[in-house]
Write a protein that binds this ligand. Structure first.
Ligand code: SF4
Ligand code: SF4
Length: 160
């Protein structure tokens, strides 16, 4: 008789425990309708990148001294720096500069080590293309003034 009572007691405790866990699970589920959605209706809405976001690299041709530090700092030696040596002024003259964003890992090393600060990271992240060769940006594309989500009147920006 006592054994049966103990069994019933244990069974009752297990039922209470199970009900408690089910209740906790439902509480988590019911909490979700009160939360704001984390997704946005891209491209009509766009998230604002964070301050230190590593987007498309901006390059200032006039400031570059063709030292190639960015090439050596890059883990994959990506920037292509084409220059000629001007004997009259005994200086390198930059001819062209390019970075292939199809290969770049946006680590920011080139920017960190550039002695003249002619490289910087922008908040541009829309770099997709149907042709991967279009991702190889020359100095003209790299020098384009970055587009900010804040200044895009066609979209509603969302702070994340
Ligand atoms: S961001 Fe990194 S991977 Fe891209 S070019 Fe600069 S150093 Fe190379
Ligand atoms: S490190 Fe800066 S200055 Fe030197 S080649 Fe690269 S971009 Fe030009």
């Amino acid at each position: 008789m006592i054994t049966t009572i103990i069994k019933f007691k244990n069974y009752g405790q297990q039922v209470v425990e199970a009900a408690k866990y089910i209740g906790q699970g439902f509480a988590v589920t019911l909490d979700h309708p009160n939360r704001l959605p984390t997704t946005v209706q891209y491209p009509y809405e766009k998230n604002l990148p964070s301050e230190r976001f590593r987007g498309r690299i901006h390059f200032e041709f006039d400031k570059c001294i063709a030292c190639e530090v960015c090439v050596r700092a890059c883990p994959i030696n990506l920037p292509v720096v084409d220059w000629t040596f001007r004997k009259d002024i005994k200086k390198k003259k930059l001819r062209s500069y390019s970075i292939d964003f199809g290969v770049c890992i946006f680590c920011g090393n080139c920017i960190e080590y550039c002695p003249t600060n002619c490289l910087s990271m922008t908040e541009e992240y829309e770099l997709s293309s149907y042709d991967r060769h279009e991702l190889n940006y020359d100095q003209t594309s790299l020098g384009r003034v970055p587009v900010s989500v804040l200044h895009d009147v066609s979209v509603q920006s969302v702070r994340i």
